[in-house]
Design a binder for this molecule. Structure first.
Ligand SMILES: Cc1cc2nc3c(=O)[nH]c(=O)nc-3n(C[C@H](O)[C@H](O)[C@H](O)COP(=O)(O)OP(=O)(O)OC[C@H]3O[C@@H](n4cnc5c(N)ncnc54)[C@H](O)[C@@H]3O)c2cc1C
Ligand code: SF4
Length: 488
């Protein structure tokens, strides 16, 4: 434990944001991280609890009290060793994780949680700056070949673990760059893509072969899922060429809103809008980018994806941005004695909301209106819960002006044709069916085919994808070798 009385002496320090007018002019990150002395103070607040709830609340089970203590003592090099022992990519989670560890922190019961995420952020940024993050190629090769299909955080983590176990890993990606939703969902202002490029170089130095623009299997006719593939490989070929195949293709099928007028121009899935801006930021030339300049934008869906559409629309120069959420507005403050150490339901205001957005809760869209084939507005009604069901409240109908509507209502499941191509069974929600048991976990019904990340668990978080990638890598290693030294 750092400082025995630290939790009584010091207050939580939040990471800062650059001012709104300044950050709206660009797509770069604008978080001002803690400096070394601030991180030390945060580390000193940790009580090194006998039962560290933070460690259990974290999906990758980061050994939080240990790295808090090391930062307090100024031993940053050992702090990154501890952090990397459970998390391959702390620079991703240190930037965009919602930090369930902090919700679970014991200090959060009657005070402010330790700033665990800001400490993680400080450790990994320092480690990169000092040159402590290096390639760790395997000392011995096994001669086994593994295909990882999908290069999001699950695929990247699995590929790294499997390569470090000595296997020849090929990472397949249908898009033109690796990273999955980190690359083409999450905007640069939340996480710049140089962080992924740096890890791609590390993966290659550790022996991973990266093959981008390669589609494994096929998408349905007219699919709107991101796809810049120039080449296709059949599932049969992959099974023939590799000793094991791990599917980490994410949950890419966006939820639609099939109300009258849905086919009007100007109504798009968030995942048609967001990837284009990330491509432009990467220097790609796009013909007719989907933009929000000078438009009244309505974002339907109150989650992370919707918030990212708000931030991007404001950077484009939208005239107005309104975000709808069908659920009622949650309380500003959670009932801590009731919910701790679990993830609380409370009103979350993102940095994008702070940049300018009208938020409407308990709103359901009934119809899109248009002229000459283009959307001009929509009709809504307020809803409330009655007998466990959302029902319309008569007399609350309203019309909104809209030149651009972005559908950000989540993802229903993975692309079925890809799973069908492998003959993989699906669960009731259409995800790849595989358990997470200690033995035989992540294996599908098809011999030597495994599944992990959003493709298995459904739409989730980056930190869960990293956990599943790591655990699935161990399962594949065990399947190939009969035992595994990889951590679970
Ligand atoms: C806009 C947006 C914002 C988000 N913000 C956050 C956030 O702030 N914090 C957070 O924790 N989570 C966030 N999430 C969720 C998070 O990004 C995902 O849970 C996570 O990326 C899932 O990782 P994954 O590796 O399972 O799949 P993905 O990241 O979806 O990666 C799957 C990859 O597989 C590729 N692929 C699929 N099928 C094939 C195939 N047949 N052949 C070849 N390649 C294929 C896809 O092109 C994709 O690149 C956000 C999601 C979105 C959409
Ligand atoms: S729960 Fe909070 S105070 Fe306790 S060990 Fe974890 S970070 Fe430290």
């Amino acid at each position: 434990m750092g400082k025995v009385t630290g939790f009584m002496e010091f207050e939580r320090i939040e990471e800062g944001y650059k001012p709104v007018p300044e950050r709206l002019k660009h797509y770069k990150e604008f978080i001002v991280g803690l400096d070394a002395s601030q991180a030390k103070v945060q580390g000193a607040r940790c009580m090194d609890c006998g039962t560290p709830f933070c460690n259990n609340g974290c999906p990758v089970n980061n050994i939080i009290p240990d790295f808090n203590d090391l930062v307090y003592k100024g031993d940053w090099q050992n702090a990154i060793e501890v952090l990397h022992s459970t998390n391959n990519f702390p620079e991703f989670t240190g930037r965009i994780c919602p930090a369930p560890c902090e919700a679970a922190c014991t200090l959060n019961v009657n005070d402010d949680a330790v700033g665990i995420k800001s400490i993680e952020h400080a450790i990994i940024d320092r480690a990169w700056a000092e040159g402590w993050v290096t390639a760790r190629p395997a000392k011995h090769k096994t001669g086994k070949k593994v295909a990882v299909v999908g290069s999001g955080p699950a695929g990247m983590a699995a590929a790294q673990q499997l390569a470090r176990a000595g296997h020849d890993v090929t990472l397949f990606e249908k898009n033109d760059r690796i990273g999955g939703l980190l690359r083409y969902g999450i905007p640069d202002f939340k996480m710049e893509k140089s962080h992924i490029d740096r890890r791609a170089k590390q993966l290659e130095a550790e022996g991973v072969t990266i093959r981008t623009s390669v589609m494994v299997g096929k998408l349905p006719e007219g699919s709107k899922v991101t796809n810049w593939a120039k080449e296709t490989i059949s599932p049969e070929q992959l099974k023939k060429d590799f000793d094991a195949v791990l599917l980490t293709g994410g949950s890419e099928q966006s939820r639609d809103l099939p109300v009258p007028g849905r086919d009007l121009d100007g109504i798009h899935f968030a995942m048609e809008f967001l990837p284009q801006q990330n491509k432009v930021n990467a220097g790609d030339k796009l013909k007719g980018q989907l933009r929000a300049d000078g438009k009244n934008v309505i974002v339907i869906g109150g989650g992370d994806t919707g918030s990212d559409c708000v931030g991007t629309s404001n950077r484009h120069g939208a005239v107005s941005v309104t975000q709808f959420e069908v659920m009622p507005q949650p309380p500003e403050q959670e009932n801590k004695p009731l919910v701790w150490p679990y993830w609380p339901l409370k009103l979350r205001t993102s940095s994008s909301h702070e940049e300018g957005c009208t938020r409407e809760f308990a709103v359901s869209t009934k119809e899109f209106m248009g002229e000459k084939g283009k959307v001009t507005g929509l009709k809504t009604v307020h809803v409330e819960f009655k007998d466990g069901k959302l029902v319309e409240i008569p007399g609350t109908e309203k019309e909104y002006k809209a030149d651009l509507v972005l559908l950000a209502m989540g993802f229903v499941n993975p692309v079925a044709t890809v799973l069908d191509g492998f003959g993989v069974d699906k669960d009731a929600r259409g995800n790849a069916k595989a358990s997470t048991e200690f033995t035989g976990g992540y294996a599908t019904n098809v011999p030597k085919v495994f599944a992990a990340g959003d493709i298995r668990r459904g739409q989730s978080l980056v930190v869960w994808a990293i956990r599943e990638g790591r655990q699935a890598a161990r399962a594949v290693d065990e399947f190939l070798m009969g035992f595994s030294d990889l951590p679970r």
